[in-house]
Design a protein around this ligand. Structure first.
Ligand SMILES: NC(=O)c1ccc[n+]([C@@H]2O[C@H](COP(=O)([O-])OP(=O)(O)OC[C@H]3O[C@@H](n4cnc5c(N)ncnc54)[C@H](O)[C@@H]3O)[C@@H](O)[C@H]2O)c1
Length: 437
């Protein structure tokens, strides 16, 4: 994107370049320069600037130009002070603690999972590219929140192999909680390349580094309920077919599940995929309906509520963030070790997929009624036909597998969870200090 800027742009031109300028002004200046003292002065200036450049960006890694990506930047990382921060953030502070690399840590789920791990004494290091798919200031605010509890988020892209290898060199992570992704169903029609970049290429890059790490970490990663696509049998079970995705987003998550299978099979990586069902809560994502409905209701703007053919209800299995966090931690805690080493498989490794939902789908119109009551404002409802842009009519999770294997038991209903979300929303955007999109 336009924000891509090489650090080389900050370096002055070479001395040879000055000679190319033929203006009379420059001829006079050249005579002035001819004294030995001035030449020495400019040589020192030049040397000094080179030194500043090397000290300020010890290991900067420009990423390749890719017009499909938002906010591709040059990230600076490396150096003794940086390594010290990485080590300190990832240090385990409890007896049976684990050390976890959390990708997408400045994201909605990543922030909550990182904070929960840190609270119980695990070592946590975040990684996020802070892209501007939605308001990056919200990501920065989450970063500040995590920083206060001692969590460092490294700014970088999961496609940057050199950075990932460096992180594993500095810390022997026992686990990776992989949450970095291009989320959102509708945006896939606008920027398909960003889904391929983060959800496919980025995931493969991360797995490549994990398979070569010694010891290999166990990986828990976010798939999505969207892999159930156009299925009509409810509730959705892990045994159901997942070969009719309704969006490119869903297709990339499904691809991720197949890629996970491959890396488990060839390299012995322990892999657990979690199919989240519409997660909501404080510090949530502004591109999700519960969030922008809240914003628009408060602004007095009309909101579009979709209905399926023949006035069919559109419903979602809304799952509160704290329940999702419990599921993530349980998945990390029950993950078996990877069996490979040095890129070679030594025996079969664990491969799992779980639904993490709430098992009680709620019509989107009911979601709006709850928001109206909590905000004490009537919504201007605009009922529209569900467009064919990737959204499905309903989602409903069968969670018996997660219940059995992870002890997963969601306990927050939509009314309670939305109350907490609205309280956070009003305080975060209070007094018009911050504008919600
Ligand atoms: N929130 C939901 O309802 C939901 C539902 C199903 C699945 N998921 C999945 O859960 C995970 C977390 O979702 P979320 O709601 O927290 O989304 P989010 O967008 O808030 O978080 C994702 C984070 O990843 C970062 N990121 C994206 N691409 C990156 C890259 N190439 N390198 C480094 N960082 C990158 C983003 O900057 C962002 O902070 C995602 O994998 C998402 O697909 C979420």
């Amino acid at each position: 994107m336009s924000k891509q800027m090489s650090h080389l742009d900050n370096i002055p031109s070479t001395p040879g370049k000055f000679k190319m300028d033929k203006s009379p002004y420059i001829h006079n200046r050249l005579r002035w320069h001819s004294s030995l003292a001035k030449l020495t002065f400019w040589s020192f200036m030049f040397l000094g600037l080179i030194l500043i450049f090397f000290f300020r960006s010890p290991s900067s890694n420009p990423l390749p130009q890719d017009p499909s990506r938002r906010s591709l930047r040059t990230y600076n990382w490396g150096g003794p002070a940086w390594e010290k921060r990485v080590r300190s953030s990832a240090r385990i502070r409890s007896r049976n603690g684990i050390s976890v690399l959390v990708t997408g840590a400045a994201g909605f789920v990543g922030t909550h999972v990182s904070a929960a791990l840190k609270r119980r004494g695990d070592g946590v290091l975040g990684l996020d590219n802070f892209n501007d798919y939605y308001d990056p200031s919200l990501k920065r605010a989450r970063q500040a929140l995590l920083e206060r509890s001692g969590i460092f988020i490294v700014e970088g892209d999961i496609n940057d192999s050199a950075l990932l290898r460096k992180l594993f060199e500095v810390v022997a992570f026992t686990h990776v909680m992989h949450l970095a992704a291009q989320a959102g169903v509708r945006y896939a029609m606008e920027n398909p390349g960003s889904y391929v970049h983060s959800n496919i290429a980025g995931f493969v890059n991360l797995l490549e580094v994990c398979k070569s790490a010694n010891p290999q970490p166990a990986i828990v990663w976010a798939s999505s309920s969207s892999v159930y696509g156009l299925n009509t049998k409810v509730p959705f079970s892990e045994r159901d077919r997942t070969d009719q995705p309704a969006s490119l987003y869903a297709a990339t998550k499904k691809a991720g599940e197949e890629i996970a299978h491959t890396y488990n099979h060839i390299y012995g990586l322990s892999l657990t995929g979690l199919r989240f069902f519409t997660v909501y809560g404080p510090w949530g994502r502004p591109d999700m309906a519960y969030f922008f409905f809240t914003r628009d209701i408060l602004k007095g703007k009309s909101i579009s509520i979709f209905e399926a053919a023949n006035h069919g209800t559109v419903a979602r299995d809304f799952t509160y963030i704290d329940d999702i966090v419990k599921g993530c931690l349980a998945a990390l805690d029950t993950a078996e070790k990877s069996t490979g080493s040095g890129g070679k498989k030594k025996g079969p490794a664990q491969l799992r997929v779980f639904n993490l939902g709430n098992t009680s789908p709620v019509p989107v119109s009911d979601l709006v009624s709850i928001l109206e009551r909590l905000l004490k404002v009537n919504a201007k409802r605009n009922i529209m036909k569900l467009p064919r842009n990737g959204d499905v009519q309903f989602t409903h999770a069968n969670i018996s597998l997660a219940q059995r294997e992870l002890g997963y038991k969601p306990s927050t209903d939509l009314q309670t969870g939305l109350k907490k979300f609205v309280r956070w929303y009003l305080s975060y955007y209070s007094g018009g200090k911050k504008a919600a999109g």
